[in-house]
Design a protein around this ligand. Structure first.
Ligand code: UDP
Ligand code: MG
Length: 324
């Protein structure tokens, strides 16, 4: 049997949770190996996304202690999506299937069994979907759910209430590797890969320890990034809006002309002031949205690397503690 499973975990300042996450994953992996569902070559890869705390020393120590744990150290903080991509692209040639999950134990580890079963049944992508969000604060739930709705309304199809907890087969990862864009938004791109997909529902628990690394500012940036990298609908909306506003001004013009012919002058400056401000605001907004896309083109044309790997701890100690 040859089903090598890698679990990729992006970690940013997660010293408080990592030991517990590692402990639980070890139990889970060993039970899967015992049941002969996955190969003993399977690994848990923690990607240190430029943490400022002891995250990397913890990862190195775990690797020293047990070969089940591998580590990737990024040269600096590049954000969750890039850290995850770094992990996926690094292990894609080593694994038959890869599961991505967060470090904070919010993604139920027990869903891994079902994901693996579905993979063994021939699925290429298995999405972990949250059944309910009662443990998240009202604010988090509201913003997150609005995000999924907005994304879909804007034509960027994502799986509702699915974050980045998913299993992907080797060929699905190879498909992903062919998306060369710099502004890669995993949640929107993965459904584009195709192949046989399925979902596994799980209850999202509270963060085991530490605080969310996604404050509102990062969430807004994430949503903007997602929408503008997947859809041109906002630009079309602006075109539509411009057309409507133009039509309204034509109607106003006709009205003013008719009043003028009837000998009545148009009174009041308030309406004029309001329209100037309204149009000005709309124009600034529109320029902003268009600018967002131009910025994307600028970044794509530079094609800068999304991450730089400083160190990859993998392989067996017997081979002389090989590191590359
Ligand atoms: N994360 C990361 N780099 C960052 C921010 C977050 O690798 O710059 C990781 C973090 O360690 C965690 C995952 O991304 O494993 C999700 O972050 P978090 O749990 O804080 O987000 P939330 O669940 O609150 O949306
Ligand atoms: Mg979390």
């Amino acid at each position: 049997m040859n089903n090598i499973l890698y679990i990729v975990i992006p970690c940013y300042n997660e010293e408080e949770v990592l030991p517990e996450t590692a402990k639980r994953l070890k139990v889970k992996m060993n039970s899967l190996i015992e049941k002969r569902k996955i190969s003993p070559e399977s690994r848990v890869v923690m990607v240190n996304d430029g943490s400022k705390d002891k995250t990397w020393p913890i990862i190195s120590a775990l690797h020293e202690e047990d070969l089940l744990f591998s580590g990737i150290n990024l040269s600096r903080n590049r954000g969750h999506q890039n850290a995850l991509l770094a992990g996926l692209m690094t292990v894609k040639d080593l694994a038959d299937a890869v599961i991505s999950m967060d470090a904070d134990l919010q993604d139920d580890i027990n869903a891994i069994d079902e994901m693996v079963d579905k993979f063994l049944d021939g699925c290429d992508i298995v999405y972990g979907v949250r059944s309910k969000r009662t443990t998240d604060s009202f604010f988090k739930r509201f913003t997150a759910e609005s995000f999924y709705r907005l994304m879909n309304a804007m034509g960027a199809n994502t799986v509702f209430n699915h974050a980045d907890y998913r299993l992907m087969s080797k060929r699905a990862l190879e498909g992903l590797a062919q998306f060369k864009e710099v502004n890669l938004f995993l949640r929107g791109i993965v459904p584009m890969i195709g192949y046989r997909t399925d979902t596994v529902t799980y209850e999202r628990s509270e963060r085991f320890a530490g605080e969310s690394k996604y404050p509102l500012k990062k969430m807004v940036a994430f949503a903007m990034e997602g929408i503008t990298s997947l859809s041109v609908k906002p630009i079309r909306l602006i075109t539509g809006l411009g057309f409507v506003v133009f039509m309204v001004s034509i109607i106003m013009l006709i009205y003013i002309f008719v009043r003028f012919c009837m000998g009545a002058t148009v009174a009041g400056w308030a309406s004029v002031a309001v329209s100037v401000w309204a149009i000005g605001g709309l124009m600034l907004l529109s320029i902003g949205v268009v600018g967002e896309y131009i910025g994307k083109i600028y970044l794509e044309s530079k094609a800068r690397p999304r991450f730089i790997i400083e160190q990859f701890l993998n392989e067996s100690h017997e081979k002389g503690g090989e590191e590359k």
